[in-house]
Design a protein around this ligand. Sequence first.
Ligand code: MLT
Length: 331
Amino acid sequence: MTPTFTRRTLSAAGLAAAALVLAGPVSADTYPQRPITMVVPFAAGGPTDIVARLVAEQMSRSLGQQVVIENVSGAGGTTGITRASQASPDGYTIMMGHMGTHGAAPALFKGLKYDPAKSFDPIGLAAGTPIVIVAKKDFPAADLKAFVAAVKDGGPKVNQAHAGVGSVSHSTGILFDSIISAKPTLVVYRGTGPALNDLMAGQVDFMTDQIVNVATQITGGTIKAYAIATPERSPALPDVPTTKEAGLPGYEVSAWNAVFAPKGLPQDVAKKLQDSLAQALADAGTKKRILDLGGTVPSAAEQGPKALQALVESEVARWTPVLRAAAESGQ
Ligand code: MLT
């Protein structure tokens, strides 16, 4: 059946096409001329949103146009990233992806509609975000060893929060479960911002989440941390032991957040975005806020599109076999 267009639709489409022709290709000389949308593929208030708003605030200043956050949640972050990947590569749609959407998803999300290594122009790494094992504050375990035993023994009675198949909290969560041979009930949220609310309320038992989301609540005592999954303790959480210190040396995992654009961006526009992100990360206030939340700021060598492209390719290669095995272990 051929689609019928109303006269109004055609005139709108005609006007839009004419505007594009008249506007001509985007050039960095005049870019940006209007606000830029940064798609955050999870609910507001979670770690991806936190990092995105920190860098977007500074990028708005250097670009001279608002970088507006649009939260497009669902499907472990792949709904938002898919939509952003299909946007016009004109510099007016960018996205905050991460180790889940651009590293773990191909292994876990069936029918992924984008290729992390081919569907995007990488702009740059924004922050490193170590993973912390956090639980509701009255979870009945004094340390990580007792926590592991309780999660194993509790089976489906224990509720584990995550942000959807392929997300950071899901991929690092099922990895944790497979290492300790546990099968808790997985409870999905539109982001670990909403999940954290339920964790603080005691409505869910635990999750593995990015430190920038949970550091404040751990320090405030509204949730508790059993360990951080990095070789060294975090300066933001000096009292939280590493997984190695706490007796689970095999669980070391960190996430990261990075800015991408749809594939096909004009090089000079991409460069303007890359420089704007680098300036944001060089801003003392932005660096301090990321560090205070337990995040890490990428070094100059880790910033930039080439380093990010290499990171995406290595992360997909690294996580695909590990997570497929974890998923097959019954998660
Ligand atoms: C995740 O992958 O778990 C997300 O980072 C959660 C979020 O940002 O809300």
